[in-house]
Design a protein around this ligand. Structure first.
Ligand code: FES
Length: 558
């Protein structure tokens, strides 16, 4: 069965009589039977601010599709909010939701034989899931990002989702009153949109724009901005053009396009999750793209954006300076982007950027010039050593320093960090080792935003480091190393560390090492056994059985 490289036209007549009968049944006309059918995959969901408005945006997308002579058919897939699942057991379901989104979009579009597909996406896992589906389906396709959220405010201070977690750390440390704690929680999230810093959602949105899979500045228009509605309405004309020229997603998702995506992630200070996701998306697109390629990009692309979580500004502030398109133009002018990559406008990156105004370095402080970067190389570093023979991902902006050496404080799970913090057992100079939180062990490789925010809130952000076989939220900052592979549950040495072991994290020489001899590690291994998973059925059972190492992107279809 040939799934890929479809050759579809705008006048693809429906011939299957049963399908035709059913399409008449949903209200299509005889004229509609001659039109291209576009599946519109909405990750809309009333239960969180990242996804609450996406069904509404999908209606605008459908309108634009219909106005351009095609049939738009909205269907739905899931959306799990990382903000809401962070710090509780629900987090185990978050990363698996990426693959469920990919599978469900592939399934509907493949089954219904849609001529094109548009995915309307918001929260962290929506984007990579939809990109994986589009890559697998390889037909005319594009994405619309739901847009970033506005900042909240309390007592004159700007707030976002991370402020809520950091307030918890302040509560533990006794540095915030109950009234102010409630004030932060009630005012951090003012309405629709994805978390407002360069966290995972905005990281994936910016980089998929750099990959050419969205209309220009899709990542920059805030969720409630008029530009977002206009973008949705303009999608129809763009889709028609893709169909007319038969530009399919793999024509866009080339090796160079992956390099462009990761270049923007590095320049803008994006989330560690981008590493995991682009490994998985590349596999879906049939592109060879590894941790080594990501390190190469990190070596040549400086960090130039002063955006949250480690910087000052929010994504909403980018609109005033020309958005991600202006950053891309600068990177292109400086030879860091490939300009010849095709995009969903039917034009190349360079053609799209030709009319975009250049960044004005005299009048904005968000993006730094390459001659004076925040960090001379990328903030995402791939580390190796006896603690990570398959690799680990460090997020080091340089503000925390580039090297940390300290004694291990072992936490068998995320919850123990909070417990030890409350008991005052976490001290400056420690490397907090959180294990059994990997793809199989977590399961689902949970994000450690609650511990990192609590550490920050407790004032220990500059004096402790953290390593884990789990993940970190895009909202995390501090000296953190995640994705340690192999994970403890698969027999990785992280499972053998003991309290007091000396650990070196060296982001200059890309080393993650525990100073314990091979003989001693072998002795400890004799006593080690994997944890008994409580998940004996259902989606997490399937996930545990199928998921690959984080160093391969946690894909489930290897
Ligand atoms: Fe959805 Fe942050 S929790 S974008």
């Amino acid at each position: 069965m040939e799934l890929n490289k479809f050759s579809r036209t705008l006048t693809q007549e429906v011939t299957n009589p049963a399908a035709k009968a059913m399409l008449y049944g949903i209200g299509l006309t005889t004229e509609d039977m001659q039109k291209a059918q576009i599946g519109i995959a909405s990750t809309g969901y009333e239960g969180n601010t990242c996804n609450m408005h996406l069904n509404g945006l999908s209606v605008h997308v459908k309108k634009g599709v219909q106005e351009n002579g095609m049939v738009g058919l909205i269907f739905h897939t899931i959306g799990v909010s990382d903000g809401m699942t962070n710090g509780n057991n629900g987090m185990s379901y978050s990363l698996p939701s990426r693959d469920l989104i990919a599978d469900s979009i592939e399934d509907v579009v493949g089954a219904q034989w849609y001529d094109g597909v548009i995915a309307v996406v918001g929260c962290d896992k929506n984007m990579p899931g939809a990109m994986m589906a589009l890559a697998r389906l390889n037909r005319p396709g594009m994405l619309v990002y739901g847009g970033t959220i506005k900042t909240g405010e309390y007592k004159g201070k700007k707030l976002d989702i991370v402020s809520a977690f950091e307030a918890l750390g302040q509560k533990f440390a006794g540095t915030i009153t109950d009234e102010d704690y409630e004030g932060v929680i009630k005012n951090a999230i003012p309405g629709a949109g994805a978390c407002g810093g360069m966290y995972t959602a905005n990281t994936m949105a910016s980089s998929m724009e750099a990959m050419g899979l969205t209309l220009p500045n899709s990542s920059t228009y805030p969720a409630t901005h008029e530009g977002k509605k206009a973008e949705c309405l303009a999608i129809g004309a763009a889709m028609k053009n893709l169909l007319e020229k038969n530009i399919c997603t793999r024509d866009i998702m080339t090796r160079k396009a992956f390099e462009n995506a990761m270049t923007v992630v590095m320049a803008m200070g994006g989330s560690t999750n981008a590493v995991l996701h682009y490994l998985a998306i590349a596999r879906a697109a049939g592109i060879e793209f590894t941790l080594t390629d990501i390190q190469d990009i990190s070596d040549r692309v400086p960090l130039i954006s002063d955006l949250k979580p480690s910087g000052k500004y929010y994504m909403e502030d980018m609109l005033a300076i020309g958005g991600v398109q202006a950053v891309m133009k600068y990177l292109l002018q400086e030879g860091l982007l490939h300009g010849d990559c095709m995009t969903v406008t039917g034009k190349t990156i360079a053609e799209n950027l030709a009319e975009i105004p250049s960044l004005d370095f005299d009048n904005q402080k968000i993006i730094y010039p390459l001659s004076n970067p925040l960090k001379a190389s990328g903030h995402l570093q791939i580390l190796y050593g006896n603690l990570a023979t398959e690799g680990a991902v460090a997020k080091i902006t340089g503000k925390e320093g580039l090297k940390f050496e300290g004694t291990a404080k072992v936490c068998e799970c995320e919850e123990e960090v909070i417990e030890f913090l409350q008991k005052g057992e976490i001290k400056p100079g420690m490397v907090i080792v959180i294990r059994n939180e990997g793809p199989k062990g977590g399961p689902g490789m949970p994000e450690m935003l609650k511990p990192t925010s609590a550490i920050m809130g407790a004032g220990l952000g500059n004096s402790v480091a953290m390593i884990t076989d789990g993940r970190f939220s895009g909202g995390t900052h501090g000296f953190v190393v995640g994705h340690v592979s192999p994970e403890a549950q698969s027999g990785g040495n992280i499972g053998l560390v003991k309290d007091g072991d000396l650990i070196t994290i060296d982001a200059e020489n890309n080393i993650l090492q525990v100073h314990v001899s091979d003989d001693e590690l072998a002795e400890r291994r004799k006593l080690w056994k994997p944890i008994e998973s409580p998940f004996k059925q259902g989606v997490l059972r399937k996930y545990i059985k199928n998921v690959s190492s984080a160093s391969l992107g946690c894909v489930t279809d290897l």
